[in-house]
Design a protein around this ligand. Structure first.
Ligand code: GUN
Length: 285
């Protein structure tokens, strides 16, 4: 079985973004600026946000975190985002999820203007994917998965692909961009009947269900390529995915490890999206 590591793919994306940015900065004085908004102190979010700003800075993107307490009124966060929307020195804005319950998950997706929406959460950006256009802002994790499949030369065109999960951050946009690449996509979720029948038939299965270690070898065949998007802290402190560790020793074709599979790609594609927003403003696209 082949292990599909994300690190070399992420490194390739980051070095491309870094080189592209360096060549643009010889003509343009101001560097791109990415503002990350964190509400509350969820430990995993704090780690992700720190990593995002560190990697941004390492490749020449200015990055800062605006931190609100978990009891902040959504109106206050909205006002800050409105201010950043109008600030011409800011090229990208990211509102870290999850947010406290007081935030309406549909409303928040419209707060950041499409031109600065580095996550691709705005209905305009998501809607463009649905029209068949994957050439502009594309959701970070789904785009990372496509880069990973391309890097390891796993054929998407004509493949039967099951995507388990229907979130706005992974499942839904992934189905669109895979369809745009000529895959036949089965969108599965927690209410899907006979899930195993669908996954067993599929060439590629992307598991983004958010359930720790749920998917064992019985879900997959010898030819299955399995992409595990899950990341959870188990009771013994280890990081685990949505797939059971039994998959590591099972007879499938390929598997992304957790950690070290899809994870590193999400930040790399976020940097690519930030550069995209910057170029859009500066007329480089
Ligand atoms: N929480 C976990 N992953 C992400 C992400 O990619 N973007 C945002 N905004 N929040 C997240």
């Amino acid at each position: 079985m082949q292990i599909l590591y994300g690190k070399p793919v992420a490194e390739q994306i980051l070095s491309r973004v870094k080189a592209d940015l360096a060549s643009i900065l010889t003509q343009n004085k101001a560097a791109p600026r990415l503002v990350v908004i964190l509400v509350g102190d969820e430990p995993a979010s704090c780690v992700y946000v720190k990593k995002k700003t560190e990697i941004a800075q390492s490749i020449g993107i200015l990055s800062e975190v605006i931190h609100f307490s978990s009891t902040t009124n959504p109106e206050e966060v909205y006002s800050k985002i409105e201010e950043l929307n109008h600030d011409s020195s800011v090229h990208g804005i990211l509102l870290q999820r999850p947010l406290p319950q007081s935030f309406d998950r549909f409303d928040i997706s419209t707060w950041i203007i499409p031109e600065k929406d580095v996550d691709c959460f705005h209905p305009t950006n998501l809607g463009r994917l649905m029209t068949g256009d994957s050439s502009k802002i594309v959701s970070c994790t789904p785009k990372g998965i496509l880069y990973l499949l391309d890097y390891y030369k796993i054929k998407i065109d004509g493949a039967l692909i099951s995507v388990i999960g229907r979130s706005a951050i992974v499942g839904r946009p992934l189905c669109q961009i895979l369809t745009n690449r000529n895959a036949t996509v089965i969108q599965c979720h927690s209410k899907t009947k006979n899930l195993k029948n669908l996954t067993l038939q599929s060439d590629i299965v992307v598991v983004a269900a958010g359930v720790p270690e749920f998917f064992g070898p019985e879900f997959f065949g010898k030819k299955s390529v399995v992409i595990d998007v899950g990341i959870h802290r188990s009771s013994n402190g280890k990081l685990v995915g949505d797939c059971s560790s039994k998959l590591m020793t099972s007879e499938i074709s390929a598997l992304t490890p957790v950690p070290g599979g899809v994870g590193p790609l999400t930040i790399a594609t976020l940097m690519e999206n930030t550069l995209f927003c910057y170029k859009l403003r500066n007329g480089h696209s």
